[in-house]
Ligand binder design. Sequence first.
Ligand code: GLA
Length: 759
Amino acid sequence: MLISVSPNAETFHLRNRFFSYIMTVMENGQMENLYFGKAVHERPSFAYLHEEGLHGMSAFNAPEPSRLCLSFARQEYPSYGTSDFRCPAFEIEQRNGSRISAFKFRSYEIIPGKPSLAPLPAATMESDAEGETLILKLADDATDMTLYLFYTIYADLPILTRSAKFELNGGTPVTLTRALSMSLDLPDMAYEMMTFTGAWGRERSVRTRKLDHGVQANFSMRGSSSAEMNPFFILKRPETTEHQGEALGFNIVYSGSHLGQVECTSDGTTRVLTGIHPDNFSWRLTPGESFQTPEAILGYSGDGLNGLSRAFHDLIRTRIVRGVWRDRPRPILLNNWEATGMNFDEALILKIAEKAKDVGVELFVLDDGWFGARNDEHAGLGDWVANTDKLPGGIKGLSEKIEAMGLKFGLWIEPEMVNKDSDLYRAHPDWILSAPNRFQSHGRFQYVLDFSRKEVVDQVHSQIAKVIREAKISYIKWDSNRYITECYSNGSAPEDQGKTFHKHILGIYDLYTRLTTEFPEILFESCSSGGARYDLGMLCFAPQTWTSDNTDGYERQRIQYGTSYGYPLSSIGAHVSAVPNHQTGRLVPLSTRANVAYFGTFGYELDLNRLSADEIEKVKDQVKFMKANRELIHRGDFYRLISPFEGNETGWIVVGKDKKKALAGFYQCLNNANAGWLRFRLAGLDPNRKYRVALRVDVDPRYLAPFIPGLDRLLATLNQSAELYGDELMYAGLPLNRMLFVIQGCDFTSLLIELEAIE
Ligand code: GLA
């Protein structure tokens, strides 16, 4: 039993072996949070955790002589203006102009498993035995509204999911001007907030700040989860490290504008809110209608940040990602974007694909430029019909030729967008999101189709489904290359414009649902100018995300390291590209480019015909290596070891669930003269098992000159493998001679360490 209810049916204790979440009904009928933290024993009453006292300038929200001041109560889903002056979880504007509400507990229900939130995507369960859901029913009599608060606890994951649903039963219409997914009040503010911020090409860099009085927010108002502030954030104790200490993680299963806000009071308490960003959101309800918020995901770790990441990785890998590709080995792909841009014809594509087949690649992906009048960024989006000047046999013909080579075929689409120079726009100029009589802001010469309108989704669906049905398509890269401006739907009434942002996201989910249902065998990879829409909503449909357009082997270490806090390696699209790198001009050795990309869903983003014979041999070896290790990499436990945000080096390791195999990556940015040894301490291994340890280093033969002292001895050790216990590797660490980096012949070098248990 995961959920216990007190004998008076007023206190609820959700508990698994990782955490306890306890709440109760307050004197005024509203819900109070008593505890969220490491699991504690069940007892008949937790009333002692209720804190109440006399505070100057307070107002009280229960009949005299009550001292219930909501400003000091840790509430479950608070409103503003009835003695609490903090930012609320929701607000309802009523016909009489009032925004005051008071939802009081009426009843509860505990159900096995987890209800669906469709059409919103949400975390799943495969069987009702995996967990339980508590549904609290609250009512606000003055508005004739019901509020349902959903809490799902998994038996075997340190994860709690939450959401809220508003129902207007009768009376007069109301407008929700704020409806967040959850609120969590914590009794102190001794936390640091970690966020994952960035921009195009430098997504999800790690920021850490100490909480302070007032509001600190992590948000997007771009109509997308954004590259600027990913919806995932963490509250950790100051003493928490990667390997120990308490940390709470928050995310939402949503792809649109979001708000993650932490408010600390001058009394030293913390309120965490997350959900749809309330600016530019309003939702009018008429009697009989309801509004369901997206789902919030809370993770708890008593085992440091790596423990928190593993909780999210396990949930995402097994209960967010779904469909046949959840558990299948992910194909090694080659994408032509950095090889050709839009400048290609069938002969060139076939030549690139042939070489890919040669080295062992499994899937060829044709990127942007195959449709309509698409020869550059100015035209074609919206016309999903192959350009037969470039591809005489269309996508059907090309895909058949690629399949005949023994490769699978994948295709790029950007279904939410349109260029004005397109047949679709010429036929339906009112189908873009744009405000009447206002300038239409453009981005990459394109406009956002109004997916809040079903007829727009229908039209795009019919075009894209036709291409897929006619050709042999195994993979789709779904791109979205601009944010939303002038968010106004020409298909909605003025009083419903506040719904447009959210309805647009529901339209995207609708198209994803239709395509993934009709074509269940297709592997989807989401993309948004690289990683500008890396979120749990997308991962419910697309198991992989193109992490960043920045493929530089050095900067990718930071991007993938930052991404790994909230998202598993099986979702991190990572490719080897050409040098000089297109985004940074940097020359990173081929071995390091691969050593970084292995820790994701691996592929190539270049024309292999331009590589030397020697490099092609290395690429063949890389493909073979990834095929042998992808199962471990995509399903194992990941541990961050050394942060690229803090120094010259990066280190990480992935360990199989059974701890029999592991693969560690160590990367050095700049070489140092006369540098000594370093100790690389691993994590996650079985301390009592002995492992065979082998180094994988790509040595540049030009540096094998005998004048480097001690080189012969060093090289001799390279091909030998050691046998060491897990405890030695984790506590004493592996001594690495920094000459290993010098003899690779340049900066930005790396090495891999393969570990296999031998007893
Ligand atoms: C975006 C993607 C790239 C590529 C281009 C095509 O920038 O992130 O990978 O697909 O679009 O236009």
